[in-house]
Design a protein around this ligand. Structure first.
Ligand code: CA
Length: 240
């Protein structure tokens, strides 16, 4: 895989406090990444609808459109639906909301944070992700999760040495989960990402879909090792 420090890697930094914005860009620049910085949620969303980024550093508290709203809008859109999002929060207590079941953020840092920690998080998030500019097909990169390989461009899934046939919805759901191991997704979040435009489905459909998927990909569907139920919350792919 291509290196993490590659100027073709583009990071969007969304932060209304100029000092923090400059600091983040400076240090990601030192890491060899190309940064674009904006100070509001509206500007961020505009850019995120136009061009693909490898990562977004997104402040939670922004004037006008806040970080959570930007996050949700990005996940429902098409251009950067799968972009890793690192949320900046003012307080640790906000983290729950952020990592959130609903928002779709992948990780968070509470302020004040050390530069080294920021860089470490960003590197970890990028390591799992091929360069977006090099992704083929409709732009979604392939995902390798343990013994499962997903290739969105060819709509192919391999479980070990076995090729598995999935419906579009099954594929979308599995792709969302395996792209972010350990992250809990609510049924609502999975619904909006799996069916996108369709309005005739309910959150129950997600349970049905998970059941079908488990039969196709789990060694023992009654004791799943890949798609785990998180009681009261939703589903996640087991940590790797
Ligand atoms: Ca702020």
């Amino acid at each position: 895989m291509e290196g993490v420090s590659d100027p073709r890697r583009t990071v969007l930094v969304v932060e209304d406090e100029k000092n923090i914005r400059d600091l983040v860009c400076l240090h990601l620049g030192v890491e060899g990444l190309t940064c674009t910085a904006v100070g509001s949620g509206t500007e961020a969303l505009e850019l995120l609808n136009q061009q693909r980024f490898d990562l977004v550093v997104l402040d939670l508290m922004l004037p006008g459109l806040d970080g959570l709203s930007v996050c949700r809008a990005v996940r429902r859109g098409t251009t950067n639906r799968d972009v890793p999002i690192l949320m900046l929060t003012a307080r640790r207590e906000e983290a729950d909301k952020v990592l959130g079941l609903e928002s779709g953020a992948d990780d968070y840092l509470s302020k004040p944070f050390g530069v080294r920690e920021l860089v470490a998080r960003v590197r970890a998030m990028l390591r799992r992700r091929p360069l977006v500019g090099l992704a083929d097909g409709d732009g979604q990169p392939p995902v390798v999760y343990k013994h499962i390989e997903m290739d969105p461009a060819r709509r192919r899934v391999r479980v070990g040495s076995r090729e598995v046939e999935l419906t579009t919805q099954e594929f979308n759901l599995l792709y969302v989960l395996l792209s972010r191991p350990g992250i809990v997704f609510s049924r609502d979040a999975l619904l909006s990402r799996t069916w996108k435009e369709s309005t005739f489905v309910t959150v129950r459909s997600v349970d049905t879909l998970v059941k079908r998927l488990r039969k196709k990909i789990e060694e023992d569907p009654a004791n799943p090792a890949v798609i785990l139920t998180v009681w009261g919350s939703g589903y996640k792919a087991a940590d790797v």
